[in-house]
Ligand binder design. Sequence first.
Ligand code: SF4
Length: 371
Amino acid sequence: MSKSMHQKKPNFIDEYREREAATRILEKIHAISTKKITIMEICGTHTHSVSKYGIRNSLPPNITLISGPGCPVCVTASSDINRIIDFVETHPDVTVATFGDMMRVPGSYSTLSEAKANGADIRVVYSPLNAIEFAEKDPDKEVLLFAVGFETTSPTVAATIKIAKEKGLKNLSVLALHKLTPPAMRALMDSGGIHIDGFICPGHVTAITGSEAYAFLAREYKAPCVVAGFEPVDLLLGVYMLVKQLEEGRANIEIEYSRIVHPNGNKKAQQVLLDVFTPTDALWRGIGEIPGSGLKIKEAYSGFDAERRFEIPSGPEIEPDGCDCASVLKGLITPPECALFGTACTPERPVGPCMVSSEGTCAAYYRYKSL
Ligand code: SF4
């Protein structure tokens, strides 16, 4: 990005939504773009902003902007949803606490919402700390926090475990199914299924991890990365910075979202994560097992590990009939290429996770009609 673009960077949130500013950046993208390139955005909130503001269709035809596995509930394995449903249905003495977004996500056969309707004790939390409140209020009942999410969520879950330990809580445990973003990006690059020239990296995740977490993509894969914010001007600036790098044959890690993101991230949040969790292999819905892409509770906090406290057996990954979320999550197809999109599968009657979640790619395409 040129110095002059930096000097013109907006200061207030409304300016990041200004049509004139967006148009100017779009013109610059069109002016410099000559190469046929494919860019992936790897954040569900970006996916929705891209669709909402019509960014995909406003880019030059030689730029393809695809969505990756950036929706945390969508990448939660169907077998993990199945096993928590089986568990709560057979353990009436346990309360399962989870985020609202998880409730309607289909496993292989049913959802947490359906299990709750059938009498299972499942409660929605707005913060993981709510699980502590449940546990303190009813000390005779076990509370299990079914925790999913990327690096934005996992530090709060880690802090919850630390607080529970400090309070001496004996009836709280966590089924930690968190995912780490950079290993998934490596897996996509290694998969050979899709060619990606560069990444628009997630703003919130990178506020925690720091942009240095993507250095390997530039170094090993020659793939430039730009961390972008969520407003239309943010995203267009991000695309401009990425296109400029690719046109100039550079592969660097740059930050458009510098009002929030720093190269080294949030050290305090990283420390809390390190205190409680250690990386482990994790199963991603539609993608499979990715080495080092999950988080396991460390020995020092093993008393809060639901996997050690209970038997929660896993089964096979089985996707709903006809659902092509696996290909959507890998960026191999766009949602309208799924035969069920908009017909058998809608936000009111979702078949797969990508149509349920507020961050799902299919939901974004459907809601904003970005066909
Ligand atoms: S449209 Fe529905 S069935 Fe098709 S991939 Fe998306 S969520 Fe799955």
